[in-house]
Design a protein around this ligand. Sequence first.
Ligand code: CA
Length: 289
Amino acid sequence: MIVWGGNSSLNTGGRYTPGTDSWTATSTFNVPDGRGYPTSVWTGNEMIVWGGLGSLWVNTGGRYCVQSGPTTPTPTATRSPTPTPTATPTATRTPTPTATATVPSSPTPIPSPTSTGTPTPVPGGTNVALAANGGVASASSTYSNNFPVRAVNDGDRLGLNWGNGGGWADGTANVWPDWVEIDFNASYPINEIDFFTLQDDYQNPSPPTLNMTFTLYGVTDLEVQYWTGSTWADVPGGNVTGNNHVWRQFTFANITTAKIRVLINNSLATYSRITEIEAYTAGATPRQP
Ligand SMILES: [Ca+2]
C-alpha cells in the first residue's frame, strides 16, 4: 500500500509492507509537485499522480518510481530512498517520462580492489588521504547514510556496493558546486592527487584505468584544490571542465598542505558522485593502472 501527498503541499509518502508490518518512505527524487486529493494509480513499477489541489486545483501530474533507482542497487534489506539518475521533472510540470524502474538485484560478490589491478605502492609515496593513514573526509552535503562521505577515502576506487555505503553522493539535486574535503593528520608535501567518479557499470565495476570513460553518472566539471593556509587554491592543472574520465590524475611539483578538497561544479544525472580521492606524498611516481 502506498500513501502519498496531501494537505495541498505534501509530496512525500510511505510504503506499507504487511509482511513485516513496516513503513518505508517513498523516494523523494523526481517526485511530482505536492498536492492534496490527487488521483493516483500504481502500474506495477511506478506511480502515476494526476490532478489534485496544489496552490490551486491543478491539471498536471507526474510519474515516478517510489521503490528504488538504477544508480542504487540497494539490497532489499535497506530499501531506503536513493538518488536515481532518472529524468528531472520539467518546469512546466507536465508528466515527464522517467526511466523504467529496474528490479534491484543482489550485488554480485566482487573481488576486493587489491586483487583487481590496484597500482603497486611506490616506495616513498603514501596516500595521506586514506582513512587508514589518518585522512578525514567531509562534504558540503550528503544524500543519505547510504552514500557516506567516508567512502571516498576507504581505499576502494570501484565504489563497490554503490547505494549501500560504497560511495558518496551529494544532497543538493541539480545544484552546484558541491565539495568533498579531506583533512590529513598533518601537513605533508604531496605531488599527486587521484580522483575517481562513478563508472557506468557501477553494479559490476571494473578497476578504473586512466582511459576508462563514463557517459551516465560521472563528475564533469571539477577543481582539485589545496589549502594554502588561508584559502583554497587549485593545484596546477586542477581545473577541469567537460570531463568524461572515471579516473582523473593530477601531478604537480610538491605542495605542502594539511588538506585538500575537490570542488565539483557540474555532474551528470542530478547528483555528484565520488568513489575515491587519493593524495600521495612526494617521493611517489605517478600511479599507473
Ligand atoms: Ca571508496
